[in-house]
Design a protein around this ligand. Structure first.
Ligand code: G6P
Length: 532
């Protein structure tokens, strides 16, 4: 058993504590803060001893791995790549070397070009065939969609540029629905793809060209965000409208650079810079704060406590912030594509479970849907609540007060629960007598002692969003390092892509007899219904 799994085994001895009892210990100050963000993990059953054990396991591996990442060493070693999304938001004085060359001048030049282009589009100096750009269509998928889509919704109160629409799915419904009502002559199309080979994106990009067929000089309204200059050129987009990045930026970590262009068009370069500054502040904190007060490290340890130590299979992300509606989907890619792996860096099977299933929805909507299971189901779901002190609608502040009350009530309810005696008293007050009183009361018992954490911030600004997203990125990194896995490749998405390519001709009618019985039968029926 390696050091990490020994620490997990040791921490297991600490499980089963009562959260409310732990909370009564004033010495257990389980909060950590950085900049505008405070993370409270007192409503977990993690003990001081368990935390000490897990912190020691982190001390053994995180500082060296962290330095290797920030310094540009090729830590993504199944692809031989450095991992430097942090360089995209590094300060003006930073110097970061990859293969002996400082990458920062190139990053800054691209950011400046993006800013100049965004200013031109937003001011109307850059026009489409029909005049000022009114709409932007961002065509991309996965990391080339979720980051900018999540952030554009999150920062909607700051959006004063063209409207931005995100087309990702190869399902034609997505393209049709997002372009309905748009004027092709005043729409800017951004083709966002790190590789510029992703079939969904290239199909939608070709469809966009067809959609714009009547626009004179339509190619002038296309922009590319990619690492693949040659493929962008072959598609017909000239270098001046390509914003490039390098393979040391992973797709799901890429919203800080060119892939963020659609967001920059919506909110303007200054606010985009503010988001980068927020992320940079979290980077600096992650690099320098002692691990016991290091927010990403603490989030990672709480995650490990719940999944590896306590054995809870999933983690719910529950922002009480409607504009963070896409954050759970964003975090699903960030966490599950990064740490959903079975094999460790040395090529061996992991000794235990790796990344959990991550899911969620904004509150309060989730309360009226799936919280039933969270409160009374058989498997505890660690919940990550998040909420701002203030919304962006001063006239509707009474809504926000309700939102805060609901958020805090949920974590309190999960922790306190309701005992059988309390439930019986309620039923007695309603006039029930045994045995019906007992039977009815049992349905109204909440086991309680269910863990949650709460992240709070003053208001969802560009700076705060930058801090929150960087916080989660580093949390995923720390979890990956402790688990001994490479968080930066994604081989698990390949097989399905290969098989889809092979299945294409079969959908069109080619002989399917080499396929398994289920696939054959499904295909034949679908073909019959299609009638072609
Ligand atoms: O940006 P692209 O090269 O088009 O890739 C888009 C997405 O597709 C891939 O299959 C990966 O799973 C994602 O990590 C990536 O973000």
């Amino acid at each position: 058993m390696n050091t990490f799994w020994k620490a997990v085994a040791q921490a297991k001895q600490e499980t089963g504590a009562d959260i409310q009892t732990l909370l009564s210990d004033p010495a257990r100050d389980f909060t950590v803060s950085q900049g505008d963000v405070i993370f409270d993990y007192r409503k977990t059953a993690m003990t001081q001893a368990a935390r000490t054990t897990l912190l020691a396991a982190a001390e053994a591996v995180v500082p060296a791995a962290r330095a290797a990442m920030f310094n540009g060493q090729p830590i993504n070693d199944t692809e031989g790549r450095a991992v430097l999304h942090t360089a995209l938001r590094a300060g003006p004085d930073a110097e970061i070397h990859v293969d002996g060359a400082d990458i920062m001048p190139g990053i800054r030049a691209t950011l400046d070009r993006m800013g100049a282009f965004a200013d031109q589009v937003r001011s109307g100096a850059f026009t489409g065939a029909g005049g000022k750009i009114t709409d932007v269509l961002n065509i991309g998928i996965g990391g080339s969609d979720l980051g900018p889509a999540m952030a554009t919704l999150a920062l909607a109160p700051f959006a004063d540029g063209p409207r931005v629409h995100f087309v990702s799915n190869v399902d034609g419904a997505d393209f049709a629905d997002k372009t309905r009502g748009l004027n092709p002559a005043t729409t800017l199309v951004i083709v966002a793809s790190k590789t510029f080979t992703t079939i969904e994106t290239m199909t939608n990009a070709a469809t966009a060209k067809a959609w714009m067929a009547d626009v004179p000089n339509l190619d002038a309204q296309f922009v590319a965000l990619s690492t693949a200059d040659d493929k962008v050129a072959a598609f017909g987009i000239p270098p001046e409208r390509m914003f490039g990045f390098e393979d040391w930026v992973g797709g799901r970590y890429s919203m800080w650079g060119p892939i963020g262009l659609s967001l920059m068009l919506a909110i303007g370069p200054e606010r985009f810079e503010a988001m980068l500054a927020g992320a940079r502040a979290m980077d600096d904190h992650f690099r320098t704060a002692p691990l016991a007060q290091n927010m990403p490290v603490i989030l990672a340890l709480v995650g490990i406590w719940h999944h590896q130590v306590c054995g809870f299979p999933t983690r719910a992300v529950l922002p009480y912030d409607n504009r963070l509606a896409r954050l759970p989907a964003y975090l699903q890619q960030l966490e599950m594509e990064s740490n959903g792996k079975r094999v460790t860096m040395d090529g061996q099977n992991s000794e235990g479970v790796t990344g959990p299933v991550v899911w969620g929805e904004p509150g309060t909507n989730g309360q009226h849907a799936f919280y039933q299971l969270i409160h009374q189901g058989t498997t505890p779901v660690p919940c990550e609540f998040m909420i701002a002190a203030r919304g962006h609608e001063p006239d509707l502040d009474h809504h926000h007060r309700l939102l805060i009350a609901n958020c805090l009530a949920q974590s309190e309810a999960l922790m306190r629960g309701r005992s059988l005696e309390e439930a019986r008293a309620i039923m007695a007050a309603k006039g029930f007598e045994d045995p019906e009183q007992d039977r009815q009361a049992r349905h109204r018992v909440f086991p309680g002692n269910r863990p949650s954490t709460t992240l709070i911030y003053p208001q969802l600004t560009p700076e705060v969003l930058g801090q929150i997203v960087a916080l989660y990125e580093h949390r995923v990194f720390v979890e990956g390092v402790m688990l001994g896995i490479n968080s930066f490749d994604q081989w698990g998405v390949e097989l399905g892509k290969e098989l889809a390519t092979a299945l294409g001709p079969l959908v069109d009618g080619a002989d399917a007899s080499t396929k398994d019985a289920s696939t054959q039968a499904l295909l034949l029926q679908l073909r019959a219904w299609r009638g072609d």
